[in-house]
Design a protein around this ligand. Structure first.
Ligand code: DAH
Length: 338
């Protein structure tokens, strides 16, 4: 029977089309194509008049079953697509809080460095750059640390190719700048220094220092005291006291080590200040006239002061950090706290 074969063909094509269909639109197209007014199944029904009378109930039943089957299949697929749309819609709810993206921030040492520089810049100091790979002249000789001088041991140094070295102090910037410019100078330089020290809670082979100096006619020790006191009060708090202890540095004469009263216990004595009530924060002094000779300044005309401090140490004191290695291990659990 021709019509039966035709119906089988329609069934096969329709089911494949519905199953393969990937959207609500495609389901609607299949509905129109097979079940619509001009659809394949509808025209098959119209052909019923050519079917022999005895076959009519069987063919009629078949057409009905086919119609139900196709309708059910289309509806099932449509339900699936609607659910999918719903899920997508819910996931796209614009009122839901967004996914928080972690934005990085500055490393605590860089923040400390910038805060310190900022204070000196406000006092009129100019922040400059200076190389990390240096020569013996800038790291030692011009800073009045002669070859074989015992003080050279304090600044033991990494040597690199071509007779160069990794600077062990930022005092090199004094020479670099004075060599290039004439007084008056009021300069600050911060950066990395390197020393082949065994790494422990208070030593790192690389750390940060900040160097400051001021050179002009008539600069005196009280200028140094004034500038440092202003810095200490700005950075550690207005109640902080300062003291200068005599010390030796080859590039300054006289030299001093500078302490501030412990801002944690206010001088009473605690774990941070090792029960001394004082915290050492920097080295300083009046620029040694011999240094001026190396940079061809007239020592009878100019005087100046210089100071240098460890940024790591200042940051550790300020934030109560007890191990310098934390700065360099890149552990976000630590870094996130600042
Ligand atoms: N460069 C010294 C150091 O690394 C610190 C220092 C001390 C710098 C005294 C100075 C200074 O400018 O006057 O230990």
């Amino acid at each position: 029977m021709k019509l039966l074969e035709k119906l089988k063909g329609i069934e096969k094509a329709a089911i494949k089309e519905i199953i393969d269909g990937g959207s609500l639109d495609e389901m609607e197209k299949a509905r129109v194509k097979y079940l619509g007014r001009k659809g394949a199944l509808t025209s098959a029904i119209k052909n019923m008049k050519h079917v022999a009378k005895k076959d009519k109930p069987r063919v009629g039943k078949l057409i009905n079953e086919l119609k139900q089957k196709m309708t059910a299949l289309i509806e099932e697929k449509e339900r699936g697509f609607r659910e999918q749309e719903q899920v997508l819609f819910e996931n796209n709810d614009a009122t839901l809080p967004g996914i928080k993206r972690e934005v990085g921030h500055k490393h605590p040492l860089i923040k400390t460095m910038e805060d310190i520089i900022d204070i000196f810049v406000r006092m009129g100091f100019k922040s400059v750059d200076s190389p990390e790979v240096e020569t013996d002249f800038y790291n030692f000789e011009a800073l009045n640390i002669p070859k074989n001088h015992p003080s050279k041991e304090t600044f033991h140094t990494f040597y690199v190719e071509g007779g160069k070295l990794l600077r062990s102090q930022t005092s090199t910037a004094q020479i670099r700048i004075m060599e290039k410019y004439k007084p008056p100078l009021q300069v600050i330089h911060a950066g990395k220094v390197y020393r082949p020290d065994a790494v422990d809670a208070s030593h790192s082979f690389m750390f940060y220092q900040i160097e400051g100096f001021m050179v002009d006619e008539g600069i005196v020790f009280s200028d140094l005291k004034g500038v440092l006191e202003k810095f200490a009060k700005e950075y550690f708090g207005q109640d902080v006291k300062m003291r200068f202890r005599p010390h030796y540095f080859p590039f300054t004469e006289p030299s001093a080590e500078v302490d501030i009263s412990c801002f944690i216990c206010e001088g009473k004595g605690c774990r941070v200040c090792s029960y001394k009530g004082w915290l050492e924060i920097l080295g300083a002094g009046m620029v040694n006239p011999r240094v001026f000779e190396f940079v061809k300044y007239d020592p009878s005309k100019y005087t100046g002061f210089a100071f240098g401090m460890g940024i790591d140490r200042i940051s550790m004191l300020k934030h109560g950090i007890d191990d310098i290695r934390l700065f360099y291990e890149n552990d976000v659990r630590f870094l996130k706290q600042f």
